[in-house]
Design a protein around this ligand. Structure first.
Ligand code: GLA
Length: 385
C-alpha cells in the first residue's frame, strides 16, 4: 500500500513544496463486460486499491510529473498549441489536462507526484485511476468544484482521443462515483446509476492470473467494430435501433440469420450480457446471492465462447473456482486476454478458496497467482492533510 507520509516527504524533496493529496480507485467489474460501449449496462465496484497524486500549484503554466514507478520528471507546457502524445504513461496525464482545457477550464500549472497500488495491465483499471486522480487534482488546485460525471467523461475522452484506446465509460465512471460496500449499476447511455449494497455474507475475491496479453488494445477495438457491424446489419430489420443496447435477446434470436456467424456470436454476448446485468442487479438487491453467482458463471461462458476475450489461464482460474465449495460464481473481469478473475465466495470459505485455487493454478500453469479479497471503496477524492 502507498504510504501517504512517504509520498508527501518524497514530494517535498523533489518539488520543495507541501502537496495536496488526492486518490482515485481501481475497480472490479462484477458483471457487464464490453457492454459499456454498446450503450448498455455494467455493475462494477470501486476498490480500496488506488492511484495517489500529490500535487502543488506552480506560478507558470507548466505541468511537471513524476511517478514513483518510473525514473525522471516529464514536463509539459499547457500553452503548447498542438500537444501530441508521447506514447508512454504520461499521455494519460497530459491527455486529461488537454481535454479539461478543451472543455473550457483554464488550469493552473502544477507539480505532480504519482504512486499507485493498482496493478498495471491486470484488468483492474489502473489507467482510469490515473486519469481520474490527476483530473481531480488539477481541478482541485485550480479551485474548481468537481462535477464527477463531467470528470469521468473528460477522462474517457482523453483515453479515446489522446491515448487512442476506444474504451467505454465504465472505468472512469466508477472511479468517480464508487461508494464503500456498494456496487454501482450504470446505464451507459443515460449515465443514470444506482448503488447496490454488497451482501455482507459474501466476499469478492480477485485472482490475478499474472498474464498480460499483448495486442489486447487491438482486439478490443476489433470487438467494437464487430458490434458496430451487427447494428448496421440489424438496423434495416429493427428500425430505430442505435446500439446493441436496443436489441432484445428475442429479437436477436429471431433475426440472427441476417448476421455472419462471427458477428452473431459477438452480438449475442452483448445482448445476453445486458440482460444478465439487469437480472444480476435485481438478484443482489433481493439478497439472492446464488442467483447472482449463476449469472456470473453464464457471463464467463459467454465471454469465453461468444466474445472470445478469455484466455487459457483465466479459464483455469474460473474452473478451479467453480469446483471450490462455498463459491457462488466466478468469471473473468475487465477487458480480457489476461488480467483477473472475480469470484463470489461465502465469507467462511475464503481461506479454503485461497489455498485450493492458488495450488491448483500453480500446478496447472507454473504461475503463482495473486489472490486477494476486494474491499469496495470510495470514488475519487482529496485526502485529509
Ligand atoms: C476496459 C474498458 C472499459 C470496458 C471494459 C470491458 O476496461 O476500459 O470501458 O469496455 O474494458 O468491459
Amino acid at each position: 500500500m502507498v504510504r501517504q507520509d512517504e509520498l508527501r516527504a518524497t514530494f517535498r524533496g523533489e518539488f520543495g513544496a507541501e502537496p495536496r493529496v488526492c486518490r482515485a480507485p481501481g475497480r472490479v467489474n462484477l458483471i457487464g463486460e464490453h457492454t459499456d460501449y454498446n450503450d448498455g449496462f455494467v455493475l462494477p465496484a470501486a476498490l480500496d486499491l488506488a492511484t495517489w497524486v500529490a500535487a502543488a500549484p506552480r506560478a507558470d503554466r507548466m505541468l511537471r510529473v513524476r511517478s514513483l514507478r518510473q525514473d525522471g520528471v516529464a514536463s509539459f507546457d499547457l500553452d503548447e498549441p498542438d500537444p501530441q502524445p508521447r506514447r508512454d504513461w504520461t499521455d494519460y496525464v497530459r491527455g486529461v489536462a488537454v481535454m479539461l482545457e478543451r472543455s473550457g477550464v483554464r488550469l493552473r500549472g502544477a507539480d505532480l507526484l504519482i504512486a499507485s497500488d493498482v496493478p498495471i495491465g491486470a484488468g483492474l483499471s489502473s489507467s482510469a485511476a490515473l486519469e481520474v486522480s490527476v483530473g481531480f487534482a488539477l481541478l482541485d488546485l485550480t479551485g474548481i468544484v468537481v462535477d464527477r460525471t463531467e470528470l469521468a467523461l473528460r477522462c474517457q475522452q482523453a483515453e479515446n482521443e489522446f491515448v487512442g484506446m476506444r474504451c467505454g465509460i465504465m472505468d472512469q465512471f466508477i472511479a468517480c462515483h464508487g461508494a464503500a460496500a456498494h456496487a454501482l449499476l450504470l446505464d451507459c447511455r443515460s449515465l443514470e446509476f444506482r448503488l447496490v449494497p454488497i451482501d455482507p455474507t459474501v466476499r469478492l475475491v480477485i485472482c490475478n492470473s499474472m498474464v498480460h496479453h499483448a495486442h489486447a488494445g487491438g482486439e478490443y477495438n476489433l470487438r467494437r467494430m464487430e458490434c458496430e457491424r451487427g447494428v448496421a446489419l440489424l438496423a434495416p430489420l429493427l428500425p430505430g435501433i442505435r446500439a446493441l443496447r436496443d436489441v432484445s435477446v428475442e429479437q436477436l434470436a429471431a433475426h440472427g440469420d441476417a448476421l455472419p456467424p462471427l458477428t452473431l456470436r459477438r452480438c449475442r454476448h452483448i445482448v445476453t450480457e445486458n440482460d444478465r446485468v439487469l437480472r444480476a442487479a435485481a438478484a443482489l438487491e433481493a439478497g439472492a446471492v446464488a442467483a447472482f453467482g449463476a449469472l456470473m458463471n453464464d457471463s464467463h461462458r459467454s465471454m469465453r465462447d461468444d466474445y472470445e476475450i478469455s484466455c487459457a489461464e483465466l479459464d483455469v482460474l474460473v474452473e478451479l473456482a467453480w469446483r471450490t465449495e462455498g463459491v457462488l460464481g466466478a468469471r473473468m473481469t475487465g477487458g480480457g486476454f489476461g488480467g483477473c478473475t472475480v469470484s463470489l465466495v461465502r465469507a467462511d470459505a475464503v481461506e479454503r478458496f485461497r489455498a485450493s485455487v492458488g495450488a491448483g493454478y500453480r500446478a496447472a500453469t507454473g504461475i503463482a497467482p495473486d489472490i486477494f479479497v476486494a474491499v469496495p471503496g470510495e470514488g475519487v477524492g482529496a485526502v485529509a492533510d
